[in-house]
Ligand binder design. Structure first.
Ligand code: PSV
Ligand code: MN
Ligand code: MN
Length: 388
């Protein structure tokens, strides 16, 4: 059986990164629903993220999205974070919300548009220098809608060229993490549609380039845990963008649609050493809370990741391997299911109490009265950036 004190130590050491845009108003392309008290600027987004960290104890990092989180003084933003026990996490680039990018950004046929896109990515690295962020997170909406619209091979070439210019600009401790997505907004051919394409580009770029697995970016039925296991084995898993989906890129709370899938993914992470700090796998959320209260939704998401992590850490690996070696199909499956079916909520309550936290993060947050406070004091909150 796994050593319980080691499991607890791993749970206490876990760091889950929350997205600044999860705290702002968001919606679908049909409607953005405004909620009372949402942050009006990136400083206030950090104030909300601090509530999540205070309640859970495991969410000290916040990802920023540029230009949604553009400020005059990024060093001041980093100080604001530090004063609240937070650190600024990945800088997410945005090469998809400008008229110039109608036919793509780094893979655009026009070199002037490619220049603009690469300049934005370089600006993001400048921002990383100021915020102390380690990761530049890249997601490209690039692709085509119609067969024949552009040359797919030429687009790969342009993409590679842009990426290598940005890679060369990275500092010694900085990384570039490249996200893939099957479709949307491109509906025929996306330029980075799958992990293999991202992996191939990262491999050519070098050790500072790694793949991001956004759990909402695959075809239905894709075995995401296989991808995770493969990338970990190759040392190329850079980060997760956690969220859950029923149909496409739904960006719902992680663990809401398919907690068993989340467990299977985190089992591969646990088994392959992905929770070890030296492996530098970032556990980020990439979600939008369109109809539910935002801060409690982020807290719930963090708790869902913690619960799946606890179950993954409880897998009896010795018993699992013994059953696998013996070819005991049902026995091996039973070991995994035993861990998955364990109610880890009492364990997590214990862990939180040992950390001096309230055992129930949602109750702890409700008791702060923060929601009433921000609803009364913040007028005219901003939109996250989606669904305008
Ligand atoms: C694209 O769908 C994506 O997953 C990328 O990570 C973007 O930066 C993010 O969504 C914004 O929510
Ligand atoms: Mn994402
Ligand atoms: Mn997405």
């Amino acid at each position: 059986m796994p050593d319980l004190s080691a499991v607890k130590a791993a749970l206490k050491a876990q760091e889950i990164e929350t997205p600044s845009w999860g705290y702002g108003n968001s919606g679908t392309r049909f409607k953005v629903f405004a909620q009372p008290g949402v942050p009006r600027d990136p400083f206030e987004k950090l104030d909300d993220a601090a509530q999540v960290h205070a309640a859970t104890g495991v969410a000290p990092l916040v990802s920023l999205h540029i230009p949604w989180d553009r400020v005059d003084d990024y060093a001041a933003l980093a100080v604001h974070a530090k004063e609240r026990g937070l650190r600024l996490g990945a800088i997410n680039s945005n090469t998809f919300q400008d008229d110039a990018y109608r036919l793509g950004s780094v893979a655009h046929p026009d070199p002037r548009v490619r220049r603009k896109a690469v300049d934005h990515l370089l600006e993001c690295v400048d921002i990383m220098d100021e915020t102390g962020s380690r990761d530049l997170k890249l997601w490209f909406a690039d692709g085509t809608n119609y067969p024949g619209q552009d040359d797919m091979t030429a687009r790969q070439e342009r993409l590679a060229e842009g990426l290598s210019e940005v890679y060369a600009r990275l500092g010694a401790d900085q990384r570039m993490v490249l996200e893939y997505k099957l479709f949307e907004p491109a509906f025929y051919a996306t330029d980075v549609p799958d992990w293999g394409t991202s992996y191939a580009h990262c491999l050519r770029l070098g050790p500072k380039a790694k793949v991001v697995v956004d759990t909402g970016h695959h075809a239905p039925g894709t075995n995401i845990e296989f991808i995770v296991a493969f990338l970990l084995r190759e040392g190329k898993l850079g980060a997760f963008d956690f969220n859950s989906r029923f149909y496409a890129d739904d960006d719902l709370m992680v663990g809401a649609a398919d907690p068993f899938q989340l467990f299977r993914i985190l089992h591969e992470v646990a088994k392959n050493g992905g929770f070890e700090k030296e492996r530098q796998v970032a556990f980020m959320l990439d979600q939008c809370h369109n109809i539910e209260a935002k801060i409690p939704a982020v807290i719930r998401s963090v708790m869902n990741v913690q619960e799946a992590t606890a179950k993954a850490l409880l897998v009896d690996l010795d018993a699992l391997r013994a059953a696998q070696r013996a070819g005991d199909v049902l026995g091996a499956n039973a070991v995994l299911m035993d861990a998955y079916n364990t109610d880890v909520r009492p364990l997590l309550r214990e862990v939180r109490e040992e950390q001096g936290l309230h055992p129930d993060p949602l109750a702890a947050y409700a008791a702060t009265g923060w929601q009433d406070h921000v609803a009364a004091t913040r007028v005219g909150g901003t939109q996250a950036g989606w669904g305008a």
